[in-house]
Design a protein. Structure first.
Length: 591
């Protein structure tokens, strides 16, 4: 079954010129298109090159060397990303307000460019001291026009939200070819079904996602390998305004352990548009923890999606999936419960990536305290290498919130971005950029980032994405009570890259859970297609590979959920490649 290959608009070249100063482009004769590479039936053993090979994005040389300003350039205003996080009472007065809000990236209109949905907190009884009648500022959906600018389509899309928002997650939960939205609030969830025409419908009431807890993170994953994406919701704590700090305490409000914890919840997708709470039967209802985020990953590469839960003030959890949707907590056994120093400092979120190039997924965890770089081993045991990695020396004085693996120079090694901010006061901290030497050790590259990294931000969520499809990792950062900022990667395009969009035909439509290995230039790179949630932000879901000097990818190997494998060979670099799982699709194609 061949699916349509939709032409897309060419992105602007990466230069040091502000987007607002650049005229709108025209599509050149050598139009660059998105590719749908569909293997023949039973293609797991075939080694034929992909058909209909078209490119989307610029080849190296199409972008100028960076301006003296550095690798990243602030294009927030020029791009039209106008979002301000609402502290409704105008001050930071409790632990719930301190957490901030984030969002998610998604291609809601299937045009090949990633859009952005950002969540707002707003006034709420008990959680905010805002005066009665204070208007809630809406969540915002920014549609990517494909020319480096965005249009605010919140109102017409119907996704303004309500309540005290924290984050969002995006996935095609009903496998109809359109990406849906889940907004997460302190006090409930909002499930928006994508109608495929630029609008969404609030289907929360009939969906069964009836949580009323303090939701702070959510992720989509197929826990039982039935082809439908389930939902794990990480919940924080039961806030009681009567709890006060002891007299003489410097902190303006009590810490997390002063409040009763909330249970996390796992909802199974029934496949008919509704969900059921299977938390107890699945073994994820573990008492005593106050989650800050949840991350899905297949840490042991057994084909089953596991879960890592970052907790505030208690050990973190690694929930191992048996493939039937039942989980066992092995965080302490696997070495990821505490940091290198045996402490359970408040964890914010986990970024997943192969930090040392050995083909195994590693974890970088931001903390209110010493961060962790957990390097994975073949036996499924992790070792926290934060001190020998060089990260601790750079970040020890910071309070890290958002953390992202990203290959900012496409040399094939995953670098790190850390968004910092003060937990108790309205004051900023400088973010950090760390460059990977290729072996899981890092050097401070903040200077390369440019003057933006000298600007204090009271940052919370951060998302790495390629919003202009030029192969460079860009950043969106949310701040507490301030503006979200969009930083475009304008670094030199001296290295090559490949970005994949996977489409499941038998397993879930998003391809979450697929393992990808890319061989180019004598090196093999590994990544997993998954719902990439971290602290308050879901990253760009498209697996991206920096290829260094390699102009051709020798081999792409994909192990799809359920075990089917697919191989493509002799693939050109510097393109976005859309690949469908081999075999006749069991899902309808909407567009």
């Amino acid at each position: 079954m061949r699916l349509p290959c939709t032409p897309v608009r060419q992105p602007p070249a990466r230069t040091g010129t502000p987007l607002g100063c650049r005229p709108r482009f025209s599509v050149p004769a050598r139009r660059l298109l998105t590719i749908l590479a569909v293997a023949l039936l039973g293609g797991c053993d075939r080694e034929s090159p992909p058909t209909n090979s078209h490119r989307q994005g610029h080849p190296p040389g199409g972008r100028a060397a960076p301006a003296a300003a550095g690798i990243f350039q602030d294009v927030t205003a020029a791009a039209g990303v106008d979002f301000v996080h609402q502290l409704a009472d105008g001050q930071l007065s409790n632990i719930m307000e301190s957490d901030g809000a984030g969002g998610t990236f998604l291609d809601f209109d299937n045009d090949g460019f990633m859009d952005c949905y950002v969540v707002n907190s707003g006034p709420a009884p008990v959680l905010s001291d805002a005066p009665a009648g204070t208007e809630r500022w809406p969540n915002r959906l920014f549609r990517n026009r494909g020319d480096g600018t965005f249009a605010d389509v919140t109102e017409q899309a119907g996704v303004a939200g309500h309540g005290f928002g924290t984050t969002a997650a995006a996935a095609d939960y009903d496998n109809d070819g359109a990406t849906d939205l889940l907004a997460v609030n302190f006090g409930g969830l909002i499930l928006y079904h994508n109608e495929g025409n630029g609008t969404f419908t609030d289907v929360t009431g009939k969906s069964g996602l009836n949580s009323k807890q303090a939701g702070i993170s959510a992720t989509f994953l197929d826990v039982d390998n039935d082809g439908y994406l389930d939902v794990f919701v990480a919940n924080y704590l039961h806030y009681d305004p009567a709890v006060k700090v002891p007299a003489g305490t410097k902190a303006p409000y009590p810490g997390p352990l002063a409040y009763e914890p909330e249970f996390n919840v796992l909802y199974r997708n029934r496949g008919d548009g509704t969900f059921e709470d299977i938390s107890e039967a699945a073994g994820i209802r573990i008492a005593g923890h106050r989650a800050m985020s949840v991350t899905a990953l297949d840490y042991d590469l057994d084909g089953n999606e596991d879960l890592y839960v970052s907790n505030d003030g208690t050990p973190n959890l690694l929930l191992k999936n048996d493939g039937q949707g039942r989980f066992t907590e092995i965080g302490l056994k696997a070495g990821v419960g505490f940091n290198q120093f045996g402490a359970a400092d408040g964890s914010m979120g986990a970024a997943v990536g192969d930090g040392n190039g050995d083909g195994l997924p590693d974890l970088f965890v931001t903390r209110f305290g010493s961060a962790s770089l957990y390097l994975n081993s073949r036996g499924g045991f992790f070792e926290d290498r934060i001190q020998p990695s060089g990260i601790l020396q750079v970040s020890a004085s910071d309070t890290g919130w958002g953390g992202n693996f990203l290959d900012f120079d496409n040399d094939g090694d995953l670098d790190l971005f850390i968004a910092n901010g003060d937990a108790h006061f309205m004051r900023g901290m400088s973010p950090r950029l760390l460059e990977n030497r290729g072996d899981g050790s890092f050097i401070d590259a903040t200077g390369k980032g440019g003057p933006l990294f000298e600007r204090p931000l009271n940052a919370r969520g951060s998302g790495a994405w390629d919003f202009d499809n030029d192969g460079g990792a860009d950043l969106l950062i949310t701040t507490l009570g301030g503006r979200a900022v969009l930083w475009r990667n304008v670094g030199p395009a001296t290295n090559h890259w490949l970005t994949l969009t996977l489409q499941g035909t038998h397993g879930n439509r998003d391809g979450f859970g697929a393992q990808v290995r890319v061989t180019a230039g004598g090196r093999t790179f590994s990544a997993e297609a998954r719902c990439p949630t971290g602290y308050l932000f879901q990253q760009d879901p498209r697996p991206h590979f920096g290829l260094g000097e390699a102009k051709t990818v020798d081999r792409i190997e994909i192990r799809w959920p359920g075990g089917a494998t697919q191989t493509l060979t002799n693939v050109a670099a510097d393109q976005l490649l859309k690949i469908a799982e081999p075999g006749e699709s069991r899902w309808p194609w909407r567009r």
